[in-house]
Design a protein around this ligand. Structure first.
Ligand SMILES: Nc1ncnc2c1ncn2[C@@H]1O[C@H](COP(=O)(O)OP(=O)(O)OP(=O)(O)O)[C@@H](O)[C@H]1O
Length: 234
């Protein structure tokens, strides 16, 4: 399956953020949208997934698809507990008992089960982000968008979540868009790294990493070559 972006244009007043961008994305792959801060990555992915309208152009392949988002900010409902925040989303797709079970499972995954009855204001920034990650993982849409999702998380948890995505989540005809400007995150998780520069947002190169992500630790030298390829752009 493919998502295709055709002749996309987007402007804010005099700022041409996107100008005639054309791209194809295949399912069952983790697509890393990589580029410097402010180059237009978030706007592009928001247009790609229908959150923001383009001025011109269109996107094919979204029909009938469900979406999971993890934004840069947690977007939790402040007057609901962590568990309720999950149930609001999950109960639109699952029975009450399934939703509760899923909420428990995914809160455990992000080490937050003990805080299921806490309100967002009682949590640290990293804990709120973990709750938002658990909510998106539990929902499990056909198209998953993660916009710098691991900001504020400690290394161990970040690695655990990336391993979970690589090993358990990147399948079933899913499209996965992972926005970052962190080279190591991109190399650890991505199948395809789309390297952008701005503005307007322009695709500089596409790097397909041939080594399966689950084996990357074993091939340090080879991974170094990919790193040089990526860092050559900055
Ligand atoms: N609603 C808006 N109105 C006007 N300008 C905007 C709006 N949203 C974004 N921009 C501008 O568009 C450009 C691209 O923004 P975008 O958030 O897509 O960048 P980014 O690559 O995701 O950055 P970062 O990595 O820092 O999150 C920026 O110059 C930003 O100031």
């Amino acid at each position: 399956m493919k998502i295709q972006v055709k002749e996309l244009f987007k402007k804010y007043k005099d700022l041409q953020v996107i100008s005639n961008l054309n791209m194809d994305f295949s399912s069952d792959r983790i697509h890393c949208i990589f580029g410097p801060s402010g180059c237009g990555k978030t706007i592009f992915v928001n247009i790609l997934t229908g959150l923001v309208d383009a001025d011109e152009g269109w996107v094919e392949g979204l029909e009938g698809k469900s979406f999971s988002y993890i934004f840069q900010e947690d977007r939790l409902i402040p007057w609901a507990t962590v568990e309720e925040n999950m149930l609001f989303v999950l109960e639109s797709h699952y029975s009450k008992s399934e939703a509760r079970q899923l909420a428990g499972e995914y809160l455990s995954l992000v080490n937050l089960l003990k805080f299921k009855n806490s309100y967002p204001e009682q949590l640290s920034g990293g804990m709120k982000q973990r709750a938002a990650i658990a909510r998106a993982f539990a929902y499990g849409g056909d198209i998953v968008v993660m916009d710098e999702p691991f900001k504020g998380l400690d290394l161990e948890l970040k690695k655990g979540l990336m391993d979970y995505i690589i090993n358990d989540w990147n399948h079933k005809n899913r499209f996965f868009f992972f926005i970052t400007h962190d080279v190591d995150e991109a190399l650890y998780i991505a199948d395809d790294i789309h390297v952008f520069q701005g503005l307007p947002l322009t695709l500089k190169k596409q790097i397909t990493i041939e080594i399966p992500s689950c084996d990357r630790g074993k091939y340090r030298n080879e991974m170094g070559r990919y790193k040089d390829l990526l860092l050559g752009d900055f």
